[in-house]
Design a protein around this ligand. Structure first.
Ligand SMILES: C[S@@+](CC[C@H](N)C(=O)[O-])C[C@H]1O[C@@H](n2cnc3c(N)ncnc32)[C@H](O)[C@@H]1O
Length: 430
């Protein structure tokens, strides 16, 4: 009996051990399966996340294409929606071309133009030719105090009025349907206090994607007003940020000896500090023009390089640059009577201390200024360090003496046949 019991006991122990072993193996196996399941779940989670990101990106792409198409369609319908119905596409394009209507729709570019104009928050801005309002929106986003838009084409009035309404209470927008060439800045911005020319510029800015058809004419007109300190420059040194055909922009800033140097370069640089800030590719415009476009800033100089009447400077420049590839003397000679032109032409260059064999584009700004002063007979006063605006009775004895010395020096250095030496008869020791 005892033996039987012991046998049974041994047998049971063996079974128990086996069962225990089985459970440990099972447990291990279950653990392994569980680990695999966890990894699979992790992998699934990762896959789901990646799928969500891909779907999100695809969705964004689809939405962008959708919104872009809507935007493009909107632009096109805008062009179709003008008040004056244009019957054919050809007519429509001609109308657009006549007013140099190449529109900028890319907000990044319009923002860049406005940023180039500098700080305009709470300032006054005049925008030239707003068209459908691309640049206008960028200006408004910068919260000027007042914005006057001057547009010749009244078909843009409804859009501009919508823009005006949309920012009521924030920016005072005034729409002027008319020609910028006759726009009266002094009436349009009468509330701006006049600033001293030699102090900081006034809070007024002129910005515009100019119509190519009037751009050069307009800038010459404005340079004259800068020289006279009238119109927008009655308020002080109002800066301008304007677009031109790229070639014109390059001419405006062309330094001495540059192949683009011309009359326009000297005109602009005489009265303003000019800078070609960046170029906009033609393809950024609708419709696309044949040329690229340059953005130029003009900051009127405190002291112009030539402090003479605009018309004198303009005349001399026009005459000199008439023969761009010839010696400068050739053009200047045309200022004088036929029989004296060679003599007086050379004398002018000598007075100004400029080489008359230089070609017009080789003359520096300073040399050109000296030519203008020599032409206006001011060189003698400059040499003598006497104010040429003084009346004769205001000239001191010493100044008079210096004038005599300068006169004699000039006559000796550059004698011309009909000069007498009367100066030496004066009581000044010469
Ligand atoms: C090159 S588009 C620029 C339009 C708009 N600023 C833009 O960037 O999309 C020139 C704009 O100036 C207008 N314009 C043409 N001659 C003008 C003039 N003499 N006075 C005022 N605006 C003029 C045109 O009608 C046109 O809207």
């Amino acid at each position: 009996m005892v033996v039987l019991i012991r046998h049974n006991l041994t047998f049971s122990t063996q079974i128990l051990t086996k069962i225990l072993k089985l459970i440990r193996t099972d447990l291990d196996f279950m653990r392994f399966i569980e680990k695999q399941n966890r990894e699979r779940v992790e992998k699934l989670k990762r896959l789901r996340r990646n799928n969500l990101i891909t779907a999100g990106l695809l969705g964004c792409g689809v939405f962008s294409i959708y919104f872009y198409s809507m935007f493009a369609v909107k632009q096109e319908t805008f062009l179709d929606d003008f008040d004056e119905p244009v019957k054919t596409l050809e007519k429509q394009l001609r109308a657009i071309k006549q007013l140099s209507q190449n529109f900028l729709m890319d907000e990044r570019i319009t923002d860049k133009i406005v940023k180039t104009a500098g700080y305009i928050r709470n300032h006054y801005v005049c925008e030239v030719g707003p068209g459908p309002g691309g640049i206008t929106r960028s200006i408004i986003n910068r919260r000027p105090k007042k914005l006057v838009v001057v547009e010749k084409d009244n078909r843009f009035l409804p859009t501009l009025e919508l823009l005006k309404e949309s920012c009521e209470g924030h920016v005072n927008v005034e729409i002027e349907i008319g020609d910028i060439l006759t726009y009266n800045f002094e009436r349009g911005f009468s509330e701006i206090p006049k600033h001293n020319w030699y102090e900081a510029p006034p809070p007024l800015h002129i910005i515009g994607n100019l119509p190519f058809s009037v751009s050069t004419y307009l800038i010459i007109k404005w340079l004259k007003e800068i020289s006279l300190k009238t119109s927008a420059w009655a308020y002080g040194r109002t800066p301008l940020t304007l677009t031109f055909q790229k070639e014109v922009a390059e001419r405006i800033v062309a330094p001495v000896t540059d192949k683009q140097r011309c009359r326009l370069s000297l005109m602009c640089q005489t009265w303003c500090h000019v800078e070609h800030r960046f170029t906009i590719p033609g393809k950024a415009f609708v419709p696309k023009p044949d040329v690229d476009v340059g953005v130029v800033t003009f900051y009127p100089r405190k002291y112009p390089l030539v402090n003479l009447q605009f018309d004198v400077v303009e005349k001399l420049l026009r005459t000199i640059f008439n023969m761009r590839q010839k010696y400068s003397l050739r053009g200047v000679e045309n200022l004088f009577p036929e029989d004296l032109k060679s003599l007086l032409g050379k004398r002018l260059f000598m007075l100004a201390d400029v080489d008359y064999t230089a070609r017009p584009f080789e003359i520096t700004n300073e040399e050109f200024a000296r030519l203008c002063y020599a032409y206006k007979g001011k060189r003698l006063f400059m040499l003598a360090d006497v104010d040429y605006t003084a009346r004769p009775f205001e000239i001191t004895n010493e100044e008079f003496a210096r004038l005599c010395y300068a006169y004699k020096a000039l006559c000796k250095e550059y004698p011309i046949a009909d000069y007498d030496y009367r100066a030496s008869k004066h009581p000044v020791e010469l």
